[in-house]
Design a protein around this ligand. Structure first.
Ligand code: ATP
Length: 278
């Protein structure tokens, strides 16, 4: 289990898609989305110091396999801003996991570089990745368009458990497995959410359209969802992003903590994080 405090521009929290409707595809290939996005209090930590040549060192419990070269979204973000720094990334989030680890790291890089140089982040961060604009904001929002249309959302803090069965899911393959791409959007406007019970009741009526193709590609996702639904107090279980990370929502923080303890005892190979989404 990983718990980090949520502070500073270099904190790169896990992004959770509480809903994810795929509503179309543009001629240039970008998918149109309608998603309620929230952030966890678990995440990566990025630091930066001025340097004439960009560089990146990755360490931490989830560093294995994460590129340190120009393929890393941190360095792509720096290049898009035309700025340079020596970055150190402490990786706590599993990669290719549907929780936007790379996007949140890239957003943290843009925040740090802005603070360091006084430059604004690029005008169209969504072309680097659909999740980067919402990760720059790092607060609950409704995300539409190709990720660039954001409406902040008042969401009560939602106790949750995140679970990743440690299989990587390539996002492109999951989108390619969609039965259709013109799925219905969420209602507009969204209802207001005064307490967790009300928010969870609404979320339960919505979907993650990527869940069926991801479950087909990685059947262990079914196992994760079944385990989450069996936890005492679990009010809703769903996959985030293109998977394989799934979340369960609870009305009480103590239930989420206890659920994470029970799951960790039964599934030693899974990444399990109790958290609060907001
Ligand atoms: P999304 O939900 O936005 O699709 P994801 O959480 O599924 O993202 P990432 O963690 O961003 O996926 O990783 C996807 C791939 O991007 C990885 O396989 C890795 O090689 C590469 N990558 C580039 N930058 C990073 C980064 N900073 N952290 C992790 N992976 C990165």
């Amino acid at each position: 289990m990983t718990l980090l405090s949520k502070t500073g521009p270099g904190f790169a929290p896990a992004k959770i898609n509480l809903t994810l409707h795929v509503t179309g595809q543009r001629g240039d290939g970008f998918h149109l989305l309608d998603s309620i996005v929230a952030f966890a209090d678990v995440g990566d930590r990025l630091s930066a110091r001025p340097a004439p040549v960009p560089s990146l060192r990755v360490h931490g419990p989830m560093a294995a396999g994460v590129p340190e070269d120009g393929r890393n979204l941190v360095l792509k973000a720096a290049a898009a801003m035309g700025a340079s720094a020596a970055f150190t990334l402490e990786k706590h989030l599993p990669a290719a996991a549907g929780i936007g680890g790379g996007s949140s790291d890239a957003a943290a890089a843009l925040r740090l570089l802005s603070a360091m140089t006084g430059q604004s982040p690029p005008d169209h961060p969504e072309v680097l990745g659909a999740d980067i604009p919402v990760c720059l904001m790092a607060r609950a929002a409704r995300m539409r368009g190709i990720g660039e249309v954001l409406s902040p959302l008042a969401l009560p803090p939602l106790p949750a458990v995140l679970v990743n069965p440690r299989v990587e899911v390539p996002t492109g393959a999951v989108f390619a497995g969609l039965a259709r791409k013109d799925n219905a959007p969420m209602p507009d406007p969204l209802p207001t959410f005064d307490d967790p019970r009300q928010a969870i009741a609404f979320l339960a009526t919505q979907r993650n359209d990527l869940e069926p193709p991801a479950r087909q590609a990685q059947p262990v996702i079914d196992e994760v969802l079944t385990a989450l639904r069996a936890l005492p107090g679990a009010a809703l279980a769903r996959m985030s992003g293109s998977g394989a990370t799934c979340f369960a929502l609870f009305e009480r923080p103590d239930d989420a903590t206890e659920a994470a303890r029970l799951l960790a005892a039964a599934h030693t190979g899974w990444w399990i994080a109790p958290t609060c989404l907001s």
